[in-house]
Design a protein around this ligand. Structure first.
Ligand SMILES: [Ca+2]
Ligand SMILES: [Ca+2]
Ligand SMILES: [Ca+2]
Ligand SMILES: [Ca+2]
Length: 345
């Protein structure tokens, strides 16, 4: 029967007796006749002549009255939150040195039966993933996800762990993938995405190392989805989002610096406008040429229009608003992100 429900046994004499018959009841939960424990069953009861349930006394003796042939004995079972699988017990009834037995099983996988007078759904203690946390860490650190099971088990439970790309890429922005069953004291590598959670454990830590690159990219995310062997293959499981916090910034420089380039009249002067770090997105740079005042004593007529070298290596006129683009440096490789400005007379 379903864990938490009662098992009723009928102890029956083949023929009525002219006198009261003493029956000695003995409930066995361990050894060859049982793999339950004493705490899995509550005290024995029997139904008296008034139809009331009465506790069986400590000596196990109940009476079948003269002229009657049976007594109904109830074994209440104890509801708990631990997945134990099928647990068996045996009820022995002894009359005049002759012992007969009945078998019972406590079921906690959702398939147990429930007596009609005890409405409810069959008890199910099979562990499922209750939650996955959503950690964040500065890139180069470890993302540590907390995965919780909703029940512990007396046997190991297989849990599937799946890392997926968000705005970050698994294997590019992340590195090692490990799991701990002792609250982070020791970690082992996750291989094949399946881990075996030891008996009695409901808390899992999943550690994902992140990669410290030099790309200005903003924060990125990956996801961890966890699902136990007792959840449907098509089910979604539980998912947490890990956020990788960017630690990069970029500064803009122009080389050669002020007053450090001299060209023969009629030649072009080339400058390199450079970001210190590549960016994951395009960067708009506004160029302005100053020919007079504190930083210049040439005149507008001494210089021709600004040009820049585009991605194909061709010189292109800088538009009137002065804006040029330094293309996104891939955050998957370190492409140079340099454009050049030129002026000539
Ligand atoms: Ca239970
Ligand atoms: Ca149980
Ligand atoms: Ca970095
Ligand atoms: Ca970065």
């Amino acid at each position: 029967m379903s864990e938490g429900s009662a098992a009723d046994f009928t102890v029956k004499l083949s023929n009525p007796s002219a006198t009261d018959t003493q029956v000695t009841l003995n409930l066995i939960t361990t050894g060859t006749n049982g793999n339950a424990s004493a705490t899995d069953v509550a005290g024995l009861q029997y139904k008296d002549s008034n139809g009331s349930w009465v506790n069986v006394p400590a000596n196990g003796q109940v009476t079948i009255a003269a002229g009657q042939t049976e007594v109904i004995v109830r074994v209440p079972t104890v509801q708990d939150g631990v997945y134990e699988g099928k647990e068996n017990f045996t009820l022995n009834a002894t009359v005049n040195g002759n012992t007969v037995s009945g078998q019972g099983s406590i079921i906690d996988d959702g398939t147990g039966t429930i007596p009609p007078e005890q409405p409810g759904t069959p008890d199910n203690d099979q562990p499922k993933v209750a939650s996955v946390s959503s950690p964040s860490v500065t890139e180069g650190g470890n993302l540590v996800f907390d995965v919780q099971l909703d029940h512990s088990s007396t046997t190991a439970t297989t849990v599937n762990l799946n890392l997926a790309n968000g705005s970050g890429i698994v294997g590019t922005d992340t590195n090692s993938f490990k799991v701990s069953f002792d609250n982070g004291v020791t970690y082992v590598n996750v291989t094949g995405g399946q881990v075996s959670v030891p008996a009695g454990t409901t808390s899992i830590k999943v550690q994902v190392a992140t990669v410290n690159d030099n790309i200005v990219e903003g924060n990125e995310t990956i996801t961890l989805t966890a699902k136990s062997e007792f959840e449907p293959a098509a089910g979604a499981g539980q998912t947490g989002t890990g956020t990788i916090l960017d630690n990069d910034s970029s500064t803009l420089s122009v080389t050669p610096a002020l007053n450090n380039v001299s060209v023969s009249e009629g030649s072009a002067a080339d400058f390199t406008v450079k970001l210190s770090n590549p960016s994951a997105t395009d960067t708009q740079v506004t160029l302005k040429l100053i020919t007079d005042g504190a930083t210049g004593n040439a005149s507008a007529a001494d210089v021709a229009g600004l040009q820049y070298k585009d991605s194909t290596g061709n010189w292109v006129n800088v538009p009137a608003n002065g804006q040029v683009t330094i293309a996104a440096g891939s955050n998957r490789s370190h492409r140079p992100c340099t454009d050049r400005a030129r002026w000539g007379v």
